[in-house]
Design a protein around this ligand. Structure first.
Ligand SMILES: [Zn+2]
Length: 371
């Protein structure tokens, strides 16, 4: 059964690679035709966004439709020639990766022509453009992240990665790195009742030390701050395949809030791919600005919002998806800004060291105290 599925996924992969290689050839042919016919080469790119600042939320941001087109036109824009040169160079590298069925990181690609690319950000940006151009995700281009240390998981979960069985269930409080290539994951089995996503590794470790998963049938993951692509794809895969509720635990500050929105709504940088990575099911478990009074936390745990925190919070308040889809999240953010203070998850330790794992999380989940 597993063997047959592997064969099927290999066949689908080959099909997708052939389609992409044909698209690359078609794109280059159209540029050459432009030049042969005396026209300035021009490339049209769809532009996507995960949010805007429409105060009424009457927009199409969450419908995965492009909101505009951008044109790279030699002759009209001074930077266009360089941008097109970078686009073609990166495309030629990706073509080679697909033809040879090899994988490379964005950093590998940068070092294949640093004189042309100048900066890593240039390569990163062009790879996003290529995904839009070829209507695919980054992993379809065989561009991957090799640093699997970014994501940790523990809990009531077992799956196969290539031919290896990763059995978190054997010792649910032991952390495991997650495979970078989701396509290698299969036969996922779980007896968990929910998934808990924690912002910080320190909190993940505290839960491991407290043997949280012994008493709670759950899966805990951390993306260590802003989640990268493998983290978000893995979480999406878990939610889709296991059909479990998913809760977020972040600091009560503008960064924690932004991390939560990245999980739920996707990031602006990769808005073209948000539909494959966002987790609309994500509920905000804590720590909520309103928790401070609810749990009578001592004032010494509070920190004032910095001017940068305030600017970030104000900017986030105008995001259309909060108005449309998460008004309760917006109310909590408004409260944070109004009070002008923030606090970390660890502030709960002021009550007792075990409060987070023994009382706060289980009670909130049991009583449905999440938004
Ligand atoms: Zn919008």
């Amino acid at each position: 059964m597993a063997g047959r599925r592997s064969c099927m996924s290999a066949a689908m992969e080959t099909q997708s690679q052939s389609r992409l290689l044909a698209s690359v050839r078609g794109f280059v042919r159209s540029l050459v035709e432009d030049i042969c016919n005396g026209r300035s080469p021009s490339v049209a790119l769809d532009r996507y966004r995960t949010f805007c600042s429409d105060p009424f939320g009457n927009c199409a941001c969450s419908f995965d439709t492009p909101f505009a087109k951008e044109f790279i036109s030699i002759g009209r824009q001074p930077q266009a020639a360089h941008r097109l040169a970078v686009l073609l160079r990166v495309l030629s590298i990706i073509q080679l990766l697909l033809q040879q069925n090899k994988h490379a990181s964005k950093r590998d690609i940068f070092y294949m022509d640093p004189a042309l690319f100048v900066d890593q950000a240039v390569v990163d940006h062009i790879i996003n453009d290529i995904c839009v151009l070829l209507r695919c995700s980054r992993h379809h281009l065989n561009v991957v992240i090799f640093d699997s240390l970014s994501l940790l998981v523990m809990g009531w979960l077992r799956f196969k990665e290539s031919d290896r069985t990763i059995s978190c269930i054997k010792n649910p409080n032991t952390e495991h790195p997650i495979p970078v290539c989701l396509e290698d994951v299969e036969d996922m089995v779980s007896v968990a009742q929910y998934i808990l996503v924690v912002e910080k590794e320190t909190v993940f470790q505290r839960l491991a030390n407290d043997k949280f998963c012994d008493r709670n049938r759950c899966i805990v993951i951390t993306g260590r701050g802003y989640p990268d692509v493998p983290t978000r794809r893995f979480l999406r895969h878990l939610v889709e395949h296991l059909r479990l509720p998913v809760y977020g635990l972040v600091d009560s500050d503008p960064y924690g809030f932004d991390i939560l929105t990245t999980y739920r709504f996707g990031s602006m940088q990769m808005a073209y791919d948000a539909k494959l990575m966002r987790v609309p099911e994500m509920r905000w478990l804590g720590v909520l600005p309103s928790d401070f009074e609810e749990f009578n936390l001592p004032d010494r745990c509070l920190l004032n919002l910095t001017p940068e925190d305030k600017r970030k919070a104000e900017a986030m308040l105008s995001r259309c998806y909060l108005i449309k889809d998460a008004p309760q999240w917006r109310t909590e953010l408004e409260m944070m800004l109004h009070k002008g203070v923030k606090f970390e998850i660890e502030a709960l330790s002021a009550i007792s060291f075990a409060f987070l794992s023994e009382v706060y999380i289980p009670t909130k989940i049991e009583r449905g105290k999440h938004i």
